[in-house]
Design a protein around this ligand. Structure first.
Ligand code: G3P
Ligand code: CA
Length: 277
């Protein structure tokens, strides 16, 4: 890593469907991933959690409470509390679509009712190499083994070398330790160092030299992006993909600052800004 991809200055700005097209469909469901792909997202994002029985699933929160609702198949407690305390069979009983219909009635659909948490293997099996994946190791300290299992599955689906060279899978984390572990396991994998929203351009810049030893890019909060940060990242051959950018005016502002891509819940809006619709 460390080498910015060839011709990066002229490369198109990457459209990253954040949790899928999660502005329009329930996050981290096949419906949201299908829609992101249909809307032209270059990447579909997954956040990873590990079940008690060691299965990687695509879910943002460490707990089920915000997005999971019990169904007739659920036993009491199957759909509340930490994911890592549940088996895959337990969390597969939960409905992760209905909450969205309640929260966003303007985008509600009957088709979302009863949608299940996808495993990473189901996601790889469905899309194979027809999409690019942007996968986050979440709270890796609390989920020992998540990196090894991710690499095992990527290998099984042909998503390591040579796919790694064209950035078929970008692996992101807020945890430098998690990314350094992956880099040690397979230095050919392109990695993105995330920085929390509490950081600023000034606090991120001194950390870029370290990031450049294992990552190909950084993912700061959109509010932390200014021209000095873009220039400091590019000077170290690091691409810059801010999160989470949902308004057209923000997208245009960040493109003018020189970012290389961005996470959005509304990939169609970014496609329109990029003139690819
Ligand atoms: O991964 C980029 C962005 O998604 C980080 O924030 O909390 O949405 O995973 P979060
Ligand atoms: Ca994420």
């Amino acid at each position: 890593s460390g080498a910015r991809r060839e011709g990066a200055e002229d490369a198109p700005v990457l459209n990253i469907g954040h949790r899928g097209a999660s502005g329009y469909a329930p996050e981290h469901t096949i419906a949201a991933y299908d829609l992101a792909k249909k809307m032209g997202a270059d990447y579909v994002e997954q956040d990873l959690q590990l079940t008690r029985d060691g299965v990687l699933v695509s879910l943002h929160d460490e707990t089920l409470d915000r997005t999971a609702r019990p169904t007739a198949e659920s036993a009491p407690g199957d759909c509340t509390g930490p994911v890592r305390e549940k088996t895959l069979a337990q969390i597969k009983t939960c409905d992760v679509g209905s909450w969205f219909n309640e929260a966003y009635p303007q985008y509600a659909s009957e088709e979302y009712v009863g949608l299940r948490i996808p495993t990473l293997e189901e996601v790889f099996g469905r899309y194979r190499k027809s999409v690019n994946y942007y996968i986050e190791t979440k709270s890796p300290e609390a989920a020992p083994g998540v990196e090894e299992e991710l690499l095992r599955l990527m290998d099984e689906y042909g998503l390591t070398r040579p796919a790694a060279e064209k950035w078929q899978v970008l692996i992101q984390s807020f945890s430098p330790a998690s990314l350094q572990k992956i880099h040690a396991l397979d230095p050919s994998l392109p990695l993105i160092q995330l920085y929390a929203g509490a950081e600023t351009s000034q606090t991120i810049q001194p950390r870029l030299d370290l990031a450049a030893t294992y990552a190909v890019g950084i993912g700061p909060s959109k509010n932390d992006v200014d021209r000095p940060l873009v220039e400091a990242a590019h000077a170290r051959c690091l691409d810059l993909h801010p999160y989470t950018v949902n308004e057209t005016a923000e997208m245009e502002g960040l493109i003018n600052l020189g970012v290389d891509g961005m996470f959005t819940n509304f990939p169609d809006r970014l496609e329109a800004v990029l003139g690819k619709d």
